[in-house]
Design a protein around this ligand. Sequence first.
Ligand SMILES: NC(=O)c1ccc[n+]([C@@H]2O[C@H](COP(=O)([O-])OP(=O)(O)OC[C@H]3O[C@@H](n4cnc5c(N)ncnc54)[C@H](OP(=O)(O)O)[C@@H]3O)[C@@H](O)[C@H]2O)c1
Length: 341
Amino acid sequence: MKTVALDGFGGPEVLRIAETEKPRPGTGAVLIQVAAAGINRADIHQRQGNYPPPPGASEILGLEVAGTIVERGPEADPRWKIGDAVCALVPGGGYAEYCVAHGGCCLPIPAVFAKNPATAMTNAASLPEAALTVWANLFDPRRLFEGDHFLIQGGTSGVGTMAIQAALAFGAHVASTAGSEDKCRFLRELGCERALNYREEDWVAGTREWASAPPDAGVDVILDMIGGDYFPKHIDLLRRDGRLIHIAFGGGAEVTLDLRKLIGKRLVVTGSTLRSRPVAEKIKLRDGVEEHLGPLLESGRIQPIVDRVYPLEEVAEAHRRMESSGHIGKIVLRIGEPRTE
Ligand SMILES: NC(=O)c1ccc[n+]([C@@H]2O[C@H](COP(=O)([O-])OP(=O)(O)OC[C@H]3O[C@@H](n4cnc5c(N)ncnc54)[C@H](OP(=O)(O)O)[C@@H]3O)[C@@H](O)[C@H]2O)c1
């Protein structure tokens, strides 16, 4: 099968199209003929040699796919039949014509997507990683509630665009940061009450002003992918019982916490990662996404935000686009001859 191989670790130039053996689905798994694969920031880190796949996972890049089930492994969930169109969260192997996924990590393609066959698979491939990350960090366990003031750093990222839409659907007030005026305009159109261009303005002051309801001014929840020197600013921005949730630390992993502030405001500082979780946990998150975000996708309340679609052969260009941070939403690879498009 056709796949993407790495000529060592490095820049996008190490990515090349290669031929390799088609994988076989093991116990509980299905084989998907891939029509589209989502690109994630984690793929860039893996390509650079900074994010090895967890034990047992494919060495091939790619954490989410959409396509058609073509083979069932032993004891695979009887819900899935050969010919079913699904999208799936995978621990690796997505940039390929065929990919193995655990049956418990597959989701049906939303019926509303299937109405437009030209985009059904590319839209579906943009969902699993962002949807499960948002569900895991904001809703399971529940950390974001109706009426909360919620700040999202990097709101135009794949994860950010999903987090904003889900938070709005659950009745939160949302503010978000981004690195350009165009991105801020997009954030306002998406429903953010406040969009802060962190390159041009004091986002701390802007957020404080936005969430300045006395007597307990501040935000209730922050979703952060920066860390570093943002950390003390976040601690100051949170109101009593505030929750600071980390999903990455692009600005630095080591931080200093003033415990007086943590205790005084009863703050919760937490975070999580998705890829290395046991399958049982991913299945629980998949179930939560399907039950609670599924209807919002079907109704159009949450929409896939796809920046650009590249053919597999242009994977290096797709990575360059992500590294430029010029994108809004998800970047997706189109692979092979999709059956349902
Ligand atoms: N823990 C988990 O389970 C998990 C799962 C998925 C993803 N993640 C992490 O979540 C993040 C988003 O992932 P993704 O794949 O959706 O990434 P992405 O689409 O590449 O988005 C990352 C965005 O962050 C923004 N950014 C960079 N520096 C910033 C700053 N100083 N302040 C505010 N925004 C900044 C950039 O946009 P600007 O132009 O606005 O700077 C960039 O577009 C990544 O860090 C990824 O590693 C974690």
